[in-house]
Design a protein around this ligand. Structure first.
Ligand SMILES: CSCCC(=O)C(=O)COP(=O)(O)O
Ligand SMILES: [Mg+2]
Length: 229
């Protein structure tokens, strides 16, 4: 029996094009000036210190770190420091109404139905917890953060590592076979399955013929009350 559902964002609840064509360029264009303006105070100061630790360069200057961050953005590196910084930059965009967090239309009704069935809902994304709360707080359908019982980011580990799902299960406090992970990425689902979780792959675009996970194209094709997913 499924007692909690943990969902990915990019490619699962939300269009990958929103993340790559709206959020990432918005952060890239503002990254250097945001860092330069905030270099002497938190949160920027703390994020730069975390980045120095992440790259083992304790003496790196802010300009050098800006270059590292832009390089990370280029390769879509899931750096915890980069993700924290992006979350702070995106805040302005959401608050100013430059964009709203994209949600596939099938997502909010399904989340509401699962919640009404007594299933707890969580988010796990490489985007920082603050960024996740912004996306769902300023979503196409308004603030839907009330549906979620908790959020996880790379502080629990990377999404393709099995230990991350063990850590999340421990924090949620449920046995892994009562947890369902939803993602578009086969390797993330493989890691969750390895940790004993149930898994479903969202296929919002291109088919994935190498996957051994059950596949659906919409949230309303998911029926967690059925024992056999
Ligand atoms: C909180 S929305 C932005 C998501 C993000 O920054 C990202 O890199 C998505 O990565 P994921 O591993 O969740 O696909
Ligand atoms: Mg994804």
């Amino acid at each position: 029996m499924i007692r909690a559902i943990v969902t990915d964002i990019e490619g699962t609840t939300s269009d990958i094009r929103f993340v790559h064509n709206v959020l990432f360029p918005y952060a890239r264009e503002r990254l250097a000036s945001f860092v330069q303006a905030g270099v002497d105070s938190d949160p920027v100061r703390a994020i730069l210190d975390d980045l120095r630790a992440e790259i083992s360069q304790p003496q790196a200057t802010p300009d050098a770190l800006i270059a590292v961050l832009l390089g990370f953005m280029e390769e879509d590196r899931k750096s915890t420091a980069l993700k924290a910084l992006q979350g702070h930059i995106w805040r302005d965009g959401y608050v100013n109404g430059d964009f709203t967090g994209h949600l596939y239309p099938d997502v909010p009704p399904a989340l509401r139905q699962w919640k009404a069935q007594g299933i707890d809902l969580y988010v796990y994304s490489s985007g920082s917890v603050a960024a996740q709360k912004l996306l769902f707080g300023y979503s196409d359908e308004g603030d839907i953060t009330g549906l979620f019982s908790g959020y996880f980011d790379t502080h629990v580990g990377a999404k393709r590592e099995t230990q991350s799902y063990r850590n999340i299960a421990e924090q949620i406090g449920l046995p892994p076979d009562q947890l369902l992970f939803l993602s578009d990425i086969r390797q993330e689902l493989d890691a969750a399955r390895e940790a004993g979780w149930q898994t479903i792959q969202l296929i919002r675009g291109e088919a994935d013929h190498e996957s051994r996970h059950r596949q659906v194209s919409r949230f309303d094709d998911i029926h967690p009350e059925q024992t056999s997913l």
